[in-house]
Design a protein around this ligand. Structure first.
Ligand code: 13P
Length: 250
């Protein structure tokens, strides 16, 4: 089964309209690597402007609400993202699970709402440092998947991002062996929970301190189908080499 490499930038709470030229440069360079699917998830405020600045590009949100509409001050519904041309959304990022108390059930409801609205979904999982150190990382992550994977879904539209919390923004990365072991365990769990065909189709991204220097090694690890990139996705100079590493492997 060949799965296309998928390299996604999560801009988190970074980026003013002055950053749109970086997005344009990223999407222009991505065209030189057609074997890789490239997407950017800027803050809500930049989704529309980014789509206007880079027509046809895959642009998405970093979160959505699980409800279709209603009295949820400050939230954005999945259909609102679709409405402005977004194609994907990240759900369950650890910065939302931790900072906004999102449970597995919340993440599952968000993923289901996003898929129903026609978005592709990147569902994030990942263990805190103490769980990694105690040897429980795989069990922890598989339990997150058990609780947050939608019951039914199109396996081409749902990707998992494994982001160990201790690797995010720290410059620390797991060993390639640990990444391969985790991704293999996730794929086995997906096959178990969603069926073996889905398990083979679904892409599993690695995230956490991916940069131009380590991208080739991480993207080349077993069962790694791409990367979810934070800090190194903010400029074309840092992000395009990661896309190029994906193309080399893909
Ligand atoms: P960094 O690449 O900055 O470590 O962030 C990873 C991340 O959280 C992407 O969602």
């Amino acid at each position: 089964m060949t799965r296309r490499k998928y390299v996604v930038g999560n801009w988190k709470m970074n980026g003013l309209t002055s950053a749109l030229n970086e997005a344009q440069a990223i999407f222009a360079a991505a065209k030189e690597h057609p074997s890789v699917d490239v997407a950017l998830c800027p803050p809500f405020t930049l989704i529309g402007p980014m789509i206007a600045a880079a027509p046809g590009a895959a642009v998405g949100g970093q979160d959505c609400h699980s409800a279709a509409s209603g009295a949820y001050t400050g939230s954005v519904a999945a259909s609102m993202l679709t409405d402005i041309g977004a194609r994907l959304v990240i759900v369950g990022h650890s910065e939302r699970r931790e900072g906004f108390d999102e449970s597995d059930a919340d993440v599952k409801a968000k993923a289901e709402a996003a898929l129903a609205a026609g978005l592709s979904v990147i569902l994030c999982v990942g263990e805190p440092r103490e769980v990694r150190e105690s040897g429980g990382a795989i069990d922890y992550v598989l339990a997150q998947i058990a609780g947050s994977l939608p019951d039914e879904f199109d396996s081409t539209k749902l990707a998992i991002a494994y982001e160990p919390i201790w690797a995010i923004g720290t410059g620390l990365v797991p060993t390639v062996e640990d990444v391969a072991a985790m991704h293999g365990a996730i794929r086995a769990k997906l096959s178990d929970q969603a069926g073996s065909a889905a398990g083979q189709v679904m892409r599993i991204l690695y995230g956490g301190s991916v940069n131009a220097e380590n991208a080739e090694e991480l993207l080349g690890a077993g069962d790694v189908d791409g990367a979810l990139v934070g800090g190194a996705s903010l400029t074309a100079a840092k992000f395009v080499p990661i896309v190029a590493a994906g193309a080399k492997l893909g």
